[in-house]
Design a protein around this ligand. Structure first.
Ligand code: ADP
Ligand code: MG
Length: 247
C-alpha cells in the first residue's frame, strides 16, 4: 500500500497517487498511454527509486529509505528489455542466487528448475545474446522467479514480443504467479493483456489514476475518454476471441 505519492520532474508533477492498495496474491495491472507514469509508479512501488510517499507492507508502515534494501530482497523486477549479461543462460539465472551466497550445486539445480518451468530448459548452455526476444524474456522471468520473490513487478514485459510469442508466455506466467502465491504488478498499454492476466487494473492518465476496477468492469464501463480509447482498441479482437474474464 502506498499513500501520498507525488513525483515531480523538472518542476513538473508527473505522478500523483493519493492512495493505492495492492492485495496480497493478486495480479494487478497498470495501463495507460505512453508517458502516463506507469514506469515511474512501478519504480516507486519496487523501491528502485526513492520518491516522496508513505509505504506499507502487510499493513505495517515501512521506514524508507532505511528498510528498502531488506524489502527489495523479497521483490523481483522484470523490464521490457530482458537485460541479460553476456554469459550462458544458466549463469544469468543463477547470478542472483550467487550474490545471496547459495552454493554452486544448488544454484545450478534451482536455475535449471526455473528454466524448465519457463519452457527454456533446453537453452541453459546457450549464450544469452544468441536468444530470440521471446526466449530472452523467458530467461529474464526465470532469473526473477528463481529468487522466489513475494512481490513481482513487470514493466511492459511482453511489449517487444509478437502475439504468437506473447500469448503462451502470458499463460505460463499466470500459472507460475498463481502457483507461487506471488503478488504481481505489471505495466502494459495493451488492454488484452489486462483481460488475460489481471485481477484488477488501474488506468493511469497524465500521472493520475482515473479508474481502478476489475478488467471486466473497466471494459464494460470505461470512466473517461482515455479509458474508452484504451479499451476500444481491444474490442474488435475480443469480439472474435472472448478472453476468460469476460465469458
Ligand atoms: P510510462 O511508463 O507510462 O510511459 P513514465 O513513468 O516513463 O511513463 O513517465 C511519466 C512522465 O514522466 C513522462 O511524461 C516522462 O516524460 C516524464 N519523465 C520520466 N522520467 C523523467 C525524468 N528523469 N526527467 C523528466 N521527465 C521525466
Ligand atoms: Mg514505461
Amino acid at each position: 500500500e502506498v499513500g501520498d505519492l507525488h513525483v515531480t520532474r523538472g518542476g513538473r508533477s508527473i505522478l500523483q497517487v493519493p492512495s493505492l492498495q495492492i492485495r496480497g496474491g493478486e495480479i494487478f495491472a497498470l495501463i495507460g498511454p505512453n508517458g502516463a507514469g506507469k514506469s515511474t509508479l512501478l519504480r516507486a512501488l519496487s523501491l528502485l527509486e526513492a520518491v516522496p510517499m508513505r509505504y506499507f507492507l502487510d499493513g505495517r508502515p515501512v521506514r524508507l529509505p532505511e528498510s528498502a534494501l531488506r524489502l527489495r530482497r523479497q521483490m523481483g523486477v522484470v523490464f521490457q528489455e530482458p537485460l541479460l549479461m553476456n554469459a550462458s543462460v544458466a549463469a544469468n539465472v543463477a547470478l542472483g542466487l550467487r550474490l545471496r551466497g547459495v552454493g554452486r550445486a544448488e544454484r545450478a539445480a534451482r536455475a535449471c528448475t526455473w528454466l524448465e518451468r519457463l519452457g527454456v530448459g533446453h537453452l541453459r548452455e546457450r549464450r544469452a545474446h544468441a536468444l530470440s526476444g521471446g526466449e530472452a524474456q523467458r530467461v529474464a522471468l526465470a532469473r526473477a522467479l528463481v529468487l522466489e520473490p513475494r512481490l513481482l513487478f513487470l514493466d511492459e514485459p511482453f511489449a517487444s514480443l509478437d502475439v504468437v510469442t506473447r500469448h503462451p508466455l502470458i499463460e505460463d506466467l499466470r500459472g507460475l504467479i498463481r502457483g507461487g502465491g506471488i503478488t504481481a504488478v505489471f505495466a502494459t498499454h495493451d488492454f488484452l493483456e489486462v483481460l488475460l492476466l489481471a485481477d484488477r487494473v488501474a488506468v493511469l492518465d497524465a500521472g493520475r489514476i482515473v479508474q481502478l476496477d476489475s478488467p471486466g468492469s473497466v471494459y464494460h464501463a470505461p470512466a473517461t475518454k482515455t479509458v474508452r480509447q484504451i479499451v476500444g482498441a481491444t474490442r474488435a479482437l475480443v469480439a472474435v476471441l472472448p478472453p476468460p474474464h469476460l465469458a
